[in-house]
Design a protein around this ligand. Structure first.
Ligand code: FA5
Length: 338
C-alpha cells in the first residue's frame, strides 16, 4: 500500500504541475482529495489491512493527503494572485480625469417671464397675493359680477368639478378674495396657473396669468394706462408698439384690451397674429361698482383698476416663439435655448 501511495503522490504532483488554469487545478484537487477521490478509496481499504499495519498505513495516507492539499492550495492561490494583478491593470481608474457633469436644467421661459413681471410690479409698489387653482364658482364668477346664467360665462370655457367648484379660468378670482379681507389702499398682483377648454397655436388648456389691481380714492383710467405702459416698456423696451382697444369684461367698466406689435412679423402679419400685426396680451378696465359692493367697498368712495395678462403670450413675444404648445412639451432642445 505504501508503494501505491507513493505512486499516487507522484501522479498527483505531476497532474498539478500540468494544470494551467485555476479550474483545472481545482479539478485535480477534487480528483485526489475530494470526498470520493483517490485518497478516500485508500482510506476505505484501511479496514482490510492486518491490525499491525493499519496505524502506519493510516499515517502515510494522511501525510499524502496533506501534501497534495498543500500543493493544490499553493497553486490555487497563485492563480488568484495572477487574476487579481490582471484585474488591477485593466480596471485602473484614472483619478486625474475630470468628473462627469450632471446635466443642468434651466429656468423655464414661462418662469423667467413670470419673475420679470413680478420684479417690475414690485418696483411699482405692488404686493403679491395668491389664491387656489381649484376655486369656488363664487370667486371665479359670481363675485366678479357674473351670476350663474350670465351669457359672458361662455367667454371662458370652464372645467367644472361640480356645480360650485371649478378650475379657475383666470387669476381675477384672487381679486375678491383679497378685497374681502383687506381695505384700500391696495396695490396687488396675483400670479398663477389657470385652466380653460381651449387648444390651438395661441391657446393651451393650462396657462399662466398675472392679475393686477389697484384700489384707492381717486384712481382713474389714466392711472391704468400709465402703469401698463410703464410695465410694457420695461418688459419689451421703450419703442414697443402698444394699443388700447375698447372691450368688454363683466367685472370692469369701462374695459379695454391691450395689444402689442407682433414681434414675430414686426406687424406685417403672420399666422401668430392672424394677419393683424398685433397680439392681444392683456385685458383690463376700471373695477365694476357691483364688484365693490360684493366685497363691501363703497363705490362712491373708492375706484380702482384691474388687469389680467397672459404670461405665455408675453413669453412668445419676448423669445420669438410661434407656437404656444412648445412651452408644455418639455423638449429639452427647446428649453435649452432660453
Ligand atoms: C381674462 O382672463 C380677464 N380675467 C382679464 C382681466 C382682468 C380683464 C382684470 C379685466 C380686468 P382674457 O380671457 O382675455 O381675460 O385673458 C387674459 C389674457 O390671458 C389674454 O389676453 C391672453 O394673453 C391670455 N389667454 C387667454 N386664454 C388663453 C389660453 N387659452 N392660452 C394662453 N393664454 C391665454
Amino acid at each position: 500500500m505504501i508503494a501505491k501511495l507513493e505512486n499516487l503522490l507522484k501522479e498527483a504532483f505531476s497532474d498539478l504541475s500540468r494544470a494551467d488554469t485555476r479550474e483545472k487545478a481545482a479539478q485535480v484537487k477534487t480528483r485526489y482529495i475530494g470526498r470520493k477521490g483517490e485518497i478516500a478509496s485508500f482510506l476505505k481499504e484501511l479496514g482490510g489491512l492486518p491490525a499491525g499495519e493499519r496505524k502506519a498505513a493510516g499515517e502515510a495516507i494522511n501525510q499524502a493527503k496533506d501534501a497534495i492539499e498543500k500543493e493544490a492550495e499553493r497553486l490555487l492561490s497563485s492563480f488568484d494572485e495572477r487574476e487579481k494583478a490582471a484585474r488591477l491593470t485593466t480596471d485602473r481608474v484614472d483619478v486625474t480625469l475630470p468628473g462627469r457633469r450632471a446635466p443642468l436644467g434651466k429656468r423655464h421661459p414661462v418662469t423667467q417671464v413670470m419673475d420679470s413681471v413680478e420684479a417690475i410690479f414690485s418696483g411699482l409698489g405692488f404686493d403679491i397675493a395668491e389664491g387656489p387653482e381649484v376655486e369656488l364658482d363664487y370667486y371665479n364668477f359670481e363675485a366678479l359680477n357674473l351670476p350663474k346664467d350670465h351669457p359672458a360665462r361662455d367667454m371662458q370655457d370652464t372645467f367644472y368639478i361640480n356645480e360650485e367648484v371649478l378650475l379657475r379660468t383666470h387669476t381675477s378670482a384672487v381679486q375678491p378674495r383679497v378685497m374681502e379681507v383687506e381695505r384700500p389702499p391696495l396695490r396687488v398682483i396675483a400670479p398663477g396657473t389657470v385652466y380653460r377648454r381651449d387648444s390651438d397655436i395661441t391657446h393651451t388648456p393650462m396657462f399662466h396669468q398675472v392679475e393686477g389691481f389697484m384700489v384707492d380714492r381717486g384712481v382713474r383710467f389714466s392711472d391704468l394706462k400709465g402703469i401698463l405702459t410703464q410695465f410694457l416698456h420695461e418688459l419689451f423696451g421703450e419703442d414697443t408698439g402698444i394699443r388700447f382697444r375698447p372691450s368688454f369684461f363683466p367685472f370692469t367698466e369701462p374695459s379695454a384690451e391691450v395689444d402689442i406689435r407682433c414681434v414675430i412679423c414686426s406687424g406685417s402679419g403672420c399666422r401668430v397674429c392672424k394677419g393683424s400685426g398685433w397680439l392681444e396680451i392683456l385685458g383690463a378696465g376700471m373695477i365694476h361698482p357691483e364688484v365693490f359692493r360684493t366685497v363691501k367697498y363703497d363705490p362712491e368712495e373708492y375706484t380702482g383698476f384691474a388687469f389680467g395678462l397672459g404670461i405665455e403670450r408675453i413669453a412668445m413675444l419676448k423669445f420669438g416663439i410661434d407656437d404656444l404648445r412648445l412651452f408644455f412639451e418639455n423638449d429639452i432642445r427647446f428649453l435649452r435655448q432660453f
